[in-house]
Ligand binder design. Structure first.
Ligand code: MRU
Length: 356
Protein backbone atom coordinates (compact mmCIF):
# COMPACT_ATOMS: atom_id res chain seq x y z
CA UNK A 1 0.00 0.00 0.00
CA UNK A 2 2.65 2.50 1.09
CA UNK A 3 4.79 1.39 -1.89
CA UNK A 4 1.96 2.25 -4.32
CA UNK A 5 1.56 5.64 -2.66
CA UNK A 6 5.32 6.15 -2.93
CA UNK A 7 5.38 5.21 -6.63
CA UNK A 8 2.61 7.75 -7.21
CA UNK A 9 4.62 10.36 -5.32
CA UNK A 10 7.76 9.86 -7.50
CA UNK A 11 7.48 13.15 -9.37
CA UNK A 12 10.79 15.04 -9.29
CA UNK A 13 13.58 13.70 -11.52
CA UNK A 14 17.28 14.61 -11.61
CA UNK A 15 18.14 12.76 -14.80
CA UNK A 16 16.64 10.91 -17.75
CA UNK A 17 18.06 8.64 -20.43
CA UNK A 18 16.30 8.87 -23.79
CA UNK A 19 17.10 8.93 -27.50
CA UNK A 20 20.65 7.74 -26.73
CA UNK A 21 21.39 10.85 -24.67
CA UNK A 22 21.46 11.88 -21.01
CA UNK A 23 19.24 14.72 -19.85
CA UNK A 24 20.11 16.49 -16.59
CA UNK A 25 17.97 18.94 -14.66
CA UNK A 26 20.48 21.73 -13.95
CA UNK A 27 20.65 21.91 -10.14
CA UNK A 28 22.68 25.11 -10.22
CA UNK A 29 19.64 26.94 -11.52
CA UNK A 30 16.98 25.54 -9.18
CA UNK A 31 14.62 26.67 -7.80
CA UNK A 32 14.44 29.77 -9.99
CA UNK A 33 14.66 27.89 -13.25
CA UNK A 34 13.84 24.30 -14.29
CA UNK A 35 16.24 23.79 -17.16
CA UNK A 36 16.93 20.39 -18.74
CA UNK A 37 20.17 20.06 -20.71
CA UNK A 38 20.87 17.25 -23.22
CA UNK A 39 24.35 15.62 -22.87
CA UNK A 40 26.01 13.61 -25.63
CA UNK A 41 29.61 13.26 -24.41
CA UNK A 42 31.30 11.85 -21.32
CA UNK A 43 33.46 14.99 -21.06
CA UNK A 44 30.38 17.19 -20.79
CA UNK A 45 28.85 14.92 -18.13
CA UNK A 46 32.14 14.95 -16.17
CA UNK A 47 32.02 18.74 -16.26
CA UNK A 48 28.37 18.74 -15.14
CA UNK A 49 29.32 16.54 -12.17
CA UNK A 50 32.29 18.80 -11.31
CA UNK A 51 30.11 21.92 -11.52
CA UNK A 52 27.34 20.21 -9.51
CA UNK A 53 24.71 20.53 -12.23
CA UNK A 54 24.03 16.97 -11.14
CA UNK A 55 24.94 16.17 -7.54
CA UNK A 56 24.12 13.86 -4.67
CA UNK A 57 26.00 10.57 -4.35
CA UNK A 58 23.64 8.14 -6.14
CA UNK A 59 22.74 10.60 -8.92
CA UNK A 60 26.45 11.21 -9.61
CA UNK A 61 26.98 7.45 -9.94
CA UNK A 62 24.03 7.02 -12.30
CA UNK A 63 25.13 10.00 -14.43
CA UNK A 64 28.66 8.57 -14.69
CA UNK A 65 27.28 5.18 -15.80
CA UNK A 66 25.31 6.81 -18.62
CA UNK A 67 28.36 8.96 -19.46
CA UNK A 68 30.28 5.74 -20.17
CA UNK A 69 27.52 4.69 -22.58
CA UNK A 70 27.84 8.07 -24.31
CA UNK A 71 31.62 7.62 -24.52
CA UNK A 72 31.25 4.15 -26.05
CA UNK A 73 28.67 5.43 -28.55
CA UNK A 74 31.04 8.16 -29.65
CA UNK A 75 34.03 5.82 -30.04
CA UNK A 76 31.96 3.33 -32.04
CA UNK A 77 30.69 6.15 -34.29
CA UNK A 78 34.34 7.18 -34.80
CA UNK A 79 35.27 3.55 -35.69
CA UNK A 80 37.99 3.29 -33.04
CA UNK A 81 39.79 -0.02 -33.37
CA UNK A 82 40.17 -0.74 -29.62
CA UNK A 83 37.04 0.33 -27.73
CA UNK A 84 38.35 -0.86 -24.38
CA UNK A 85 41.57 1.19 -24.68
CA UNK A 86 39.67 4.26 -25.90
CA UNK A 87 37.34 4.14 -22.90
CA UNK A 88 40.22 4.33 -20.39
CA UNK A 89 40.48 8.11 -20.79
CA UNK A 90 36.72 8.45 -20.17
CA UNK A 91 36.88 6.30 -17.03
CA UNK A 92 39.73 8.52 -15.74
CA UNK A 93 38.01 11.79 -16.58
CA UNK A 94 34.82 10.76 -14.80
CA UNK A 95 36.70 9.36 -11.79
CA UNK A 96 38.40 12.73 -11.35
CA UNK A 97 35.15 14.72 -11.38
CA UNK A 98 34.43 14.53 -7.61
CA UNK A 99 36.30 12.60 -4.89
CA UNK A 100 34.06 11.85 -1.91
CA UNK A 101 30.87 10.08 -3.04
CA UNK A 102 31.87 6.46 -3.55
CA UNK A 103 28.83 5.76 -5.75
CA UNK A 104 30.78 7.40 -8.60
CA UNK A 105 33.62 4.86 -8.36
CA UNK A 106 31.19 2.02 -7.69
CA UNK A 107 29.20 2.82 -10.84
CA UNK A 108 32.36 3.18 -12.95
CA UNK A 109 33.57 -0.20 -11.68
CA UNK A 110 30.21 -1.77 -12.57
CA UNK A 111 30.52 -0.33 -16.08
CA UNK A 112 34.12 -1.59 -16.33
CA UNK A 113 33.04 -5.10 -15.24
CA UNK A 114 30.23 -4.99 -17.79
CA UNK A 115 32.58 -3.85 -20.56
CA UNK A 116 34.62 -7.02 -20.29
CA UNK A 117 31.57 -9.16 -21.11
CA UNK A 118 29.96 -6.59 -23.44
CA UNK A 119 32.96 -6.81 -25.75
CA UNK A 120 32.30 -10.52 -26.23
CA UNK A 121 28.81 -9.78 -27.61
CA UNK A 122 27.56 -8.62 -31.01
CA UNK A 123 26.19 -5.43 -29.53
CA UNK A 124 28.48 -4.02 -26.81
CA UNK A 125 26.64 -0.69 -26.80
CA UNK A 126 23.35 -2.40 -25.96
CA UNK A 127 25.02 -4.31 -23.12
CA UNK A 128 26.55 -1.13 -21.66
CA UNK A 129 23.26 0.71 -21.94
CA UNK A 130 21.47 -2.17 -20.20
CA UNK A 131 24.03 -2.02 -17.37
CA UNK A 132 23.59 1.75 -16.90
CA UNK A 133 19.80 1.33 -16.93
CA UNK A 134 20.08 -1.39 -14.34
CA UNK A 135 22.18 0.90 -12.08
CA UNK A 136 19.45 3.53 -12.52
CA UNK A 137 16.58 1.12 -11.76
CA UNK A 138 18.37 -0.54 -8.84
CA UNK A 139 18.86 2.86 -7.22
CA UNK A 140 15.20 3.70 -7.76
CA UNK A 141 14.14 0.43 -6.14
CA UNK A 142 16.65 0.86 -3.31
CA UNK A 143 15.05 4.24 -2.53
CA UNK A 144 11.63 2.64 -2.17
CA UNK A 145 12.96 -0.13 0.07
CA UNK A 146 14.94 2.24 2.33
CA UNK A 147 11.86 4.47 2.58
CA UNK A 148 9.79 1.50 3.79
CA UNK A 149 12.45 0.42 6.30
CA UNK A 150 13.02 3.97 7.58
CA UNK A 151 9.28 4.51 7.91
CA UNK A 152 9.04 1.37 10.03
CA UNK A 153 11.65 2.82 12.43
CA UNK A 154 9.71 6.07 12.75
CA UNK A 155 6.48 4.15 13.35
CA UNK A 156 8.19 2.34 16.22
CA UNK A 157 8.82 5.66 17.98
CA UNK A 158 5.16 6.62 18.12
CA UNK A 159 2.05 7.36 16.10
CA UNK A 160 1.91 11.13 16.63
CA UNK A 161 3.14 13.36 13.78
CA UNK A 162 6.74 14.37 14.44
CA UNK A 163 9.21 17.14 13.68
CA UNK A 164 12.22 15.83 11.78
CA UNK A 165 15.37 17.60 10.63
CA UNK A 166 17.34 17.00 7.45
CA UNK A 167 20.54 18.42 6.01
CA UNK A 168 21.66 19.05 2.44
CA UNK A 169 19.53 17.40 -0.24
CA UNK A 170 19.15 13.64 -0.10
CA UNK A 171 15.97 13.69 -2.14
CA UNK A 172 14.82 12.78 -5.62
CA UNK A 173 17.31 15.31 -7.00
CA UNK A 174 20.19 13.35 -5.45
CA UNK A 175 19.10 9.91 -6.66
CA UNK A 176 17.41 8.01 -9.48
CA UNK A 177 14.11 7.89 -7.62
CA UNK A 178 12.39 8.82 -4.42
CA UNK A 179 15.41 9.97 -2.44
CA UNK A 180 17.23 8.43 0.51
CA UNK A 181 16.71 10.58 3.64
CA UNK A 182 13.93 12.48 1.89
CA UNK A 183 12.46 9.16 0.71
CA UNK A 184 12.00 8.13 4.35
CA UNK A 185 10.56 11.55 5.16
CA UNK A 186 8.19 11.36 2.16
CA UNK A 187 7.00 7.91 3.23
CA UNK A 188 6.54 9.07 6.82
CA UNK A 189 4.53 12.06 5.60
CA UNK A 190 2.29 9.80 3.48
CA UNK A 191 1.80 7.73 6.64
CA UNK A 192 0.73 10.79 8.66
CA UNK A 193 3.85 10.82 10.82
CA UNK A 194 5.40 14.16 9.82
CA UNK A 195 4.21 17.45 11.23
CA UNK A 196 7.12 19.51 9.93
CA UNK A 197 10.43 18.96 8.17
CA UNK A 198 13.13 21.31 9.47
CA UNK A 199 15.45 21.98 6.57
CA UNK A 200 18.98 23.23 7.28
CA UNK A 201 19.86 25.67 4.53
CA UNK A 202 23.25 23.93 4.07
CA UNK A 203 25.83 26.64 3.54
CA UNK A 204 27.51 27.44 1.29
CA UNK A 205 25.87 25.77 -1.69
CA UNK A 206 22.37 25.89 -0.14
CA UNK A 207 21.22 22.43 -1.15
CA UNK A 208 18.67 22.61 1.69
CA UNK A 209 17.31 26.05 0.86
CA UNK A 210 17.30 25.63 -2.91
CA UNK A 211 16.68 21.92 -3.48
CA UNK A 212 15.18 20.16 -0.45
CA UNK A 213 12.79 23.02 0.29
CA UNK A 214 11.78 23.06 -3.41
CA UNK A 215 11.09 19.32 -3.41
CA UNK A 216 9.06 19.45 -0.19
CA UNK A 217 7.10 22.58 -1.14
CA UNK A 218 6.26 21.03 -4.51
CA UNK A 219 4.57 18.15 -2.75
CA UNK A 220 2.87 20.19 -0.06
CA UNK A 221 4.92 18.59 2.72
CA UNK A 222 5.05 21.06 5.63
CA UNK A 223 8.57 22.36 6.10
CA UNK A 224 10.49 25.25 7.63
CA UNK A 225 13.89 26.47 6.54
CA UNK A 226 16.43 27.42 9.19
CA UNK A 227 20.03 28.58 9.10
CA UNK A 228 22.46 25.79 9.86
CA UNK A 229 23.47 27.43 13.13
CA UNK A 230 19.86 27.22 14.42
CA UNK A 231 19.92 23.42 14.49
CA UNK A 232 21.21 23.17 18.07
CA UNK A 233 18.67 25.70 19.32
CA UNK A 234 15.79 23.82 17.66
CA UNK A 235 16.96 20.59 19.26
CA UNK A 236 17.28 22.29 22.64
CA UNK A 237 13.69 23.52 22.33
CA UNK A 238 12.63 19.86 22.22
CA UNK A 239 11.20 20.30 18.75
CA UNK A 240 13.08 17.64 16.83
CA UNK A 241 12.59 13.90 17.21
CA UNK A 242 14.76 12.59 14.35
CA UNK A 243 17.79 13.75 12.38
CA UNK A 244 17.51 12.01 8.98
CA UNK A 245 20.37 12.42 6.50
CA UNK A 246 21.91 10.73 3.48
CA UNK A 247 25.53 9.68 2.97
CA UNK A 248 28.31 10.02 0.40
CA UNK A 249 30.45 7.20 1.71
CA UNK A 250 30.05 4.76 4.59
CA UNK A 251 33.18 2.87 5.60
CA UNK A 252 33.60 -0.71 6.85
CA UNK A 253 33.25 0.38 10.50
CA UNK A 254 30.05 2.40 9.89
CA UNK A 255 31.61 5.89 9.80
CA UNK A 256 29.64 8.21 7.50
CA UNK A 257 30.86 10.97 5.20
CA UNK A 258 28.06 13.38 4.32
CA UNK A 259 27.59 17.08 3.61
CA UNK A 260 29.61 19.41 5.81
CA UNK A 261 27.67 20.08 9.01
CA UNK A 262 26.36 16.54 9.42
CA UNK A 263 28.99 15.75 12.08
CA UNK A 264 28.02 18.69 14.27
CA UNK A 265 24.34 17.75 13.91
CA UNK A 266 25.13 14.24 15.11
CA UNK A 267 27.08 15.57 18.11
CA UNK A 268 24.19 17.88 18.99
CA UNK A 269 21.65 15.12 18.48
CA UNK A 270 23.48 12.80 20.86
CA UNK A 271 23.69 15.56 23.52
CA UNK A 272 19.94 16.15 23.20
CA UNK A 273 19.11 12.42 22.99
CA UNK A 274 17.67 12.78 19.51
CA UNK A 275 17.99 9.82 17.15
CA UNK A 276 20.20 10.10 14.11
CA UNK A 277 19.24 8.03 11.03
CA UNK A 278 21.48 7.71 7.96
CA UNK A 279 19.77 6.45 4.81
CA UNK A 280 21.77 5.22 1.82
CA UNK A 281 21.81 2.52 -0.84
CA UNK A 282 24.48 -0.18 -0.36
CA UNK A 283 26.34 1.34 -3.33
CA UNK A 284 27.36 4.07 -0.84
CA UNK A 285 29.11 1.53 1.41
CA UNK A 286 32.87 1.28 0.84
CA UNK A 287 34.13 -1.88 2.51
CA UNK A 288 37.64 -1.16 1.16
CA UNK A 289 38.13 1.63 3.69
CA UNK A 290 38.45 0.62 7.34
CA UNK A 291 37.34 3.96 8.75
CA UNK A 292 36.19 7.44 7.87
CA UNK A 293 39.69 8.82 8.43
CA UNK A 294 40.59 7.36 5.01
CA UNK A 295 37.79 9.08 3.08
CA UNK A 296 39.01 11.78 0.68
CA UNK A 297 37.20 14.97 1.65
CA UNK A 298 36.48 17.32 -1.25
CA UNK A 299 37.54 20.93 -0.84
CA UNK A 300 35.89 23.37 -3.20
CA UNK A 301 36.82 26.92 -4.06
CA UNK A 302 36.56 29.50 -1.27
CA UNK A 303 34.53 31.66 -3.65
CA UNK A 304 31.48 29.55 -2.80
CA UNK A 305 31.74 31.09 0.69
CA UNK A 306 33.06 34.53 -0.13
CA UNK A 307 30.37 35.31 -2.72
CA UNK A 308 26.59 35.02 -2.83
CA UNK A 309 25.90 34.71 -6.54
CA UNK A 310 28.04 37.36 -8.22
CA UNK A 311 28.10 39.54 -5.09
CA UNK A 312 31.08 39.38 -2.74
CA UNK A 313 29.83 39.40 0.87
CA UNK A 314 33.03 38.57 2.77
CA UNK A 315 36.00 40.75 3.63
CA UNK A 316 39.21 40.33 1.63
CA UNK A 317 40.33 37.08 3.26
CA UNK A 318 40.89 33.50 2.14
CA UNK A 319 38.23 30.90 2.85
CA UNK A 320 38.51 27.21 3.64
CA UNK A 321 35.76 25.15 2.07
CA UNK A 322 35.73 21.43 2.94
CA UNK A 323 32.34 20.28 1.67
CA UNK A 324 31.98 16.97 3.52
CA UNK A 325 32.70 15.75 7.03
CA UNK A 326 32.84 12.38 8.74
CA UNK A 327 30.43 11.35 11.47
CA UNK A 328 31.85 8.53 13.61
CA UNK A 329 29.69 5.39 13.72
CA UNK A 330 29.32 5.82 17.48
CA UNK A 331 27.15 8.91 16.93
CA UNK A 332 24.78 7.17 14.49
CA UNK A 333 21.77 5.35 15.85
CA UNK A 334 20.84 3.55 12.69
CA UNK A 335 21.97 3.11 9.09
CA UNK A 336 19.15 2.17 6.71
CA UNK A 337 20.01 0.47 3.42
CA UNK A 338 17.97 -1.58 0.95
CA UNK A 339 19.77 -4.67 2.33
CA UNK A 340 18.48 -3.97 5.82
CA UNK A 341 18.87 -1.83 8.89
CA UNK A 342 22.00 -1.60 11.08
CA UNK A 343 21.40 -0.33 14.61
CA UNK A 344 24.43 1.15 16.41
CA UNK A 345 26.70 0.37 13.45
CA UNK A 346 30.13 -1.20 13.88
CA UNK A 347 32.53 -3.21 11.73
CA UNK A 348 31.00 -6.57 12.54
CA UNK A 349 27.43 -5.45 11.75
CA UNK A 350 28.49 -3.72 8.54
CA UNK A 351 30.27 -6.90 7.39
CA UNK A 352 27.17 -8.98 8.17
CA UNK A 353 25.00 -6.51 6.20
CA UNK A 354 27.21 -6.62 3.13
CA UNK A 355 27.42 -10.43 3.24
CA UNK A 356 23.64 -10.80 3.46
O1 MRU B 1 27.84 18.17 -2.60
P1 MRU B 1 26.59 17.40 -2.84
O2 MRU B 1 25.38 18.22 -3.00
O3 MRU B 1 26.77 16.39 -3.96
O4 MRU B 1 26.43 16.57 -1.49
C1 MRU B 1 25.32 15.71 -1.36
C2 MRU B 1 25.18 15.13 -0.02
O5 MRU B 1 25.99 15.33 0.86
C3 MRU B 1 24.01 14.21 0.19
O6 MRU B 1 23.58 14.25 1.51
C4 MRU B 1 24.46 12.78 -0.13
O7 MRU B 1 25.04 12.73 -1.40
C5 MRU B 1 23.36 11.82 -0.06
S1 MRU B 1 22.28 11.99 -1.42
C6 MRU B 1 21.14 10.78 -1.44
Amino acid sequence: MIREQMRAAEKVKALEWRDNALYLLDQRLLPQQEFWQRYETAADVAQAIREMRVRGAPAIGVAAAFAMVLAAQQHVANHVSDLSAALEADFSLLAESRPTAVNLFWALQAMRDCLATALQTEQPLKALEAQALSIFNDDRNANLRTAELGLQLIRETGSAPQHVMTHCNAGALATAGFGTALGVIRAAYLDGLVRCVHVNETRPWLQGARLTAWELAGEGIPCALNVDAAAGHLMQQGMISWIIVGADRITANGDVANKIGTYQLAVLARYHQIKCMVVAPSSTIDMQLASGAQIPIEERTGEEILFVGQQRVAAEVDALNPVFDVTPAALIDVIVTERGVVNQPDAQKMRALMQS
